[in-house]
Design a protein around this ligand. Structure first.
Ligand SMILES: N[C@@H](CCC(=O)N[C@@H](CS)C(=O)NCC(=O)O)C(=O)O
Length: 339
C-alpha cells in the first residue's frame, strides 16, 4: 500500500511537470487538432480580431502556415492572446505550442528563457510616436519627456541605453497591459510612446482617434528582428516552424502564389517542384506529408502576399517592404534552399 501511494505521488509530480518537459510538440498538436498560438492581445496588422472576431495579421499567418503544414488546415489554430510579460511563461509552461507575437530575437531569450527563435518574419527597429502639438522633429529634443512603454519588452532596455548615450533624460511610465498603456498615452499622461516602429504605425492607425495628429520621429534606436519562437528541446517542431516560414519566402522568390499554386504543380522548375512536393522528400524529412508547403501557399499565401494584405501598401498600415523585401530586391529576406 505504502509503496503504491509513493508510486502514485511520483506519477502526480511527473504529470505536473509534463507540459514543460514534453518534447514531441507535433504529436501534442495532432492530439489537440490545433496549434495553440500565442499572439498579442490585439495589434492591428500583426495579430488582431477583425469585425467578425477572426484573428488576422502577419503573425497570425505564421500560426496559420504552421497549422496548414502540420494539420492540413490553416484554420486549425487556437489563438492565445498574451501581453509582453506573459509570453515566455506561456511558452515554457506548455500553454502554447508557438509564440508568434512581435517578439524580438535576443541572445537571452534564445538561451536563458528556454525559448528559441525559428525565423525572423519582420525586421524592425524601435521608434518614437509623438503628438504633432509638441512641435518636436527629433528624438534628441525629448529631454525631460515622459515616455510610455510596455512592461517586459526589449523597448525598456533600449530606451535606457539610448537616453544614456545621447544625454536625454526621460521619465518612464511602464505599464503591463497594452490597452492601459495606449489609454495612458492617448489621455496625455505621456509625451511619447516608444516601441517597435511597426507597433507605432499600428497604434497610430488603429488605437488613436485622430491619427493625423501624431507623427513617428525619424530616429530608429535599435534593431528589433521579430520572429516566431518555440520551446527549446524539440528540434523536430523547431524545424516545422522554421521551414514553414522558409516555404513562404521561397514561394515568393519563385513566384508561386495562392492564386497560381495549382498551375505551378506542373512547373518545370526543379525548385518549384521540390517546394510543392512534386519531387523530393522535404515533407518526409520534416515528419509531414509532401503537400505541407503546397497547403501553406494555397491557404495562407506566400510571404509577399501575407505582407501586403496585413501590413503593406494594401493594408491600413502601409508599411513599405524596406528590410522585409526579398534579398533580390534590396531586403533581408533570403530563402534557404529546399532540397
Ligand atoms: N519587440 C519588442 C516589443 C514587443 C511588444 O510587446 N510590443 C507591445 C507594443 S506596446 C505589444 O505588442 N503589445 C501588445 C499586447 O501586449 O497585446 C519585444 O519583443 O519586447
Amino acid at each position: 500500500m505504502r509503496g503504491l501511494r509513493i508510486a502514485a505521488a511520483v506519477v502526480v509530480v511527473l504529470a505536473a511537470a509534463v507540459p514543460a518537459a514534453r518534447a514531441d510538440t507535433l504529436a501534442v498538436v495532432k492530439g489537440q487538432g490545433a496549434v495553440r498560438c500565442g499572439v498579442t492581445t490585439g495589434f492591428a496588422g500583426f495579430s488582431a480580431p477583425d469585425a467578425k472576431g477572426d484573428w488576422k495579421g502577419l503573425d497570425v499567418d505564421m500560426c496559420r502556415a504552421v497549422a496548414a503544414a502540420a494539420l492540413g488546415d490553416a484554420s486549425k489554430v487556437k489563438i492565445v492572446p498574451l501581453n509582453a510579460q506573459q509570453r515566455f511563461t506561456a511558452l515554457q509552461s506548455g500553454e502554447i505550442d508557438l509564440l508568434a507575437r512581435n517578439t524580438t530575437v535576443t541572445e537571452s531569450r534564445d538561451t536563458a528563457l528556454g525559448a528559441i527563435h525559428a525565423a525572423i518574419n519582420f525586421y524592425d527597429g524601435q521608434g518614437f510616436l509623438v503628438s504633432k502639438s509638441l512641435g518636436i522633429t527629433s528624438a534628441k529634443q525629448l529631454n525631460g519627456a515622459t515616455v510610455c512603454m510596455q512592461t517586459g519588452t526589449s523597448n525598456e532596455q533600449n530606451m535606457a541605453d539610448w537616453s544614456r548615450a545621447n544625454g536625454v533624460q526621460y521619465k518612464p511610465v511602464v505599464i503591463e497591459q497594452f490597452n492601459e498603456v495606449v489609454n495612458a498615452y492617448a489621455s496625455g499622461r505621456c509625451d511619447v510612446f516608444t516601441t517597435d516602429a511597426s507597433g507605432l504605425a499600428s497604434i497610430r492607425i488603429a488605437k488613436l482617434t485622430k491619427p493625423e495628429n501624431y507623427v513617428i520621429l525619424p530616429e530608429i534606436i535599435s534593431k528589433e528582428p521579430l520572429g516566431p519562437f518555440v520551446r527549446q528541446g524539440d528540434d523536430a517542431w523547431l524545424n516545422i516552424v522554421k521551414w514553414s516560414f522558409q516555404a513562404m519566402i521561397n514561394a515568393e522568390e519563385l513566384g508561386v502564389t495562392s492564386a497560381n499554386v495549382d498551375a505551378q504543380l506542373k512547373s518545370p522548375n526543379p525548385n518549384v517542384q521540390r517546394l510543392l512536393g512534386v519531387t523530393g522528400s522535404a515533407g518526409k524529412n520534416l515528419g509531414l506529408d509532401e503537400q505541407w508547403a503546397y497547403r501553406i501557399v494555397k491557404q495562407v499565401g506566400n510571404y509577399g502576399e501575407s505582407y501586403e494584405r496585413n501590413v503593406g501598401m494594401g493594408s491600413p498600415l502601409q508599411i513599405q517592404r524596406g528590410l522585409n523585401a526579398l534579398w533580390t530586391k534590396g531586403g533581408l529576406m533570403y530563402p534557404l534552399p529546399i532540397h
